[in-house]
Write a protein that binds this ligand. Structure first.
Ligand code: SAM
Ligand code: DTB
Ligand code: SF4
Length: 364
């Protein structure tokens, strides 16, 4: 049985990543089978509950207000809209709903109260509820936990070094602090990253060092292939090769043996054969739904056909951890603190982000 280590070095991880592919696949699949049922894949449905207009400058993101992308922005969805979508997702075989908001951080007030009600509503449908809302204080994490949140997604996205080349409006430590705040509650941590942003292999390994050092390690780890969206600073990045994706998934499986490795953005570019190799290499979760947040994702029916072809079964909700109890708003033991936390704004200059911003100004 493999043991979970928190002291991996970048060199060790690079050695794994660069192994002959057959050795890498065999090692990853062996660990995968020791820790997980290899024929079960968890299905998460993404729902963009508030789209676009974000104040951050993340170089990969079509929802950053400062870049000119072709997305349709939306205010916060209603609880009823979210409930309807969650029911559809449940019928489609999904065990989890992941609600994403284009926010830098959560602010106490009406909108957050509405999100808490969404969490209560979906938990009562007996589905796992995940949120990804940006940075959180400990009090906000507690309130989400009390509403019945199962997971919080907050990605490290790259190595600490390369993060500075992609985002100038917040620092790596802000991400770690939010993850820490989630860890103080009963909510599970979902944290991973993106490959294909122009990073070196050392940065992919560096991100895995950072994730593996977390103790406990994240319960789920999304591996996104960059979707290069026109108008973003990373619009010209070349698509990630399937071999890179397979190597990254396999390495993640070895370094984070207990986590659920999620095939995330970029699946529309992957063949069924490519995805099958990722499942063999240790991926055991997908984002389902015809859309990710703003970009396309494979059709749900096509995914179910792929599951049938490969003999994969969708994971039942609350297989890994018991369902959290929902506390109603009136019975809450927490109050909104209205804190104004000091998340950092390093504001260093990233040339390609500046260029994309200037291009957008010229268009607008
Ligand atoms: N605003 C929150 C935040 O940044 O944490 C939550 C939403 S944000 C869109 C969630 C994650 O989506 C990011 O951390 C990143 O990993 C992923 N993402 C965003 N744009 C992407 C793209 N073009 N390609 C791949 N992944 C992307
Ligand atoms: C994650 O790691 N990937 C998802 C989810 N967590 C929120 C988001 C992918 C977004 C891809 C670009 C888009 O559709 O806007
Ligand atoms: Fe905003 Fe999140 Fe997009 Fe960054 S990744 S611009 S924080 S929505």
């Amino acid at each position: 049985m493999s043991t979970t280590r928190h002291n991996w070095t970048k060199e060790e991880i690079l050695d794994i990543y660069n192994k002959p592919l057959m050795d890498l696949l065999y090692d990853a699949a062996t660990i995968h089978r020791q820790q997980h049922d290899p024929n079960v894949v968890q299905v998460s449905t993404l729902l963009s509950i508030k789209t676009g207009g974000c104040s951050e400058d993340c170089g990969y993101c079509p929802q950053a207000a400062r870049y000119h992308t072709n997305i349709e922005g939306n205010d916060l969805m209603s609880v009823q809209q979210v409930k309807a979508q969650a029911l559809r997702a449940k019928e489609g075989g999904s065990s989890r709903v992941c609600m994403g908001a284009a926010w830098r951080n959560v602010k106490d007030g009406e909108e957050f109260d509405q999100v808490l009600e969404m969490v209560r509503t979906i938990n009562k449908l007996d589905m796992e509820v995940c949120c990804t809302l940006g940075m959180l204080t400990e009090n906000q994490a507690q309130r989400l936990a009390e509403a019945g949140l199962y997971a919080y997604n907050h990605n490290l996205d790259s190595s600490e070094e390369y993060y500075k080349e992609v985002i100038s409006t917040r620092g790596y430590q802000d991400r770690l602090d939010t993850i820490d705040n989630v860890r103080k509650t009963n909510v599970t941590v979902c944290s991973g990253g993106i490959i294909g942003m122009g990073e070196r292999l050392e940065d992919r390994a560096g991100m895995l060092v950072a994730l593996s050092t977390l103790n406990p390690q994240p319960e789920s780890t999304p591996i996104n292939a960059l979707v290069a969206v026109e108008g973003t600073p990373l619009e010209d990045q070349k698509p990630v090769s399937i071999w890179d994706m397979i190597r990254m998934v396999a390495t993640t499986r070895i370094v984070l043996p207990e986590t659920q490795v999620r095939l995330s953005a970029g699946r529309t570019q992957m063949s069924r054969e490519g995805q099958a190799m990722c499942f063999f290499a240790g991926a055991n979760s997908i984002f389902a739904g015809d859309k990710l947040l703003t970009t396309p994702n494979p059709d749900v029916n096509e995914d179910m056909k792929m599951f049938k072809l490969l003999g994969l079964n969708p994971q039942k909700p609350f297989t890994k951890k018991v369902q959290p109890q929902t506390v109603e708003a009136v019975a809450s033991e927490f109050e909104a603190l209205g804190e104004k936390p000091k998340w950092t704004r390093p504001e260093h200059t990233i040339e390609r982000n500046e260029a994309a911003k200037q291009k957008a100004k010229a268009v607008k």
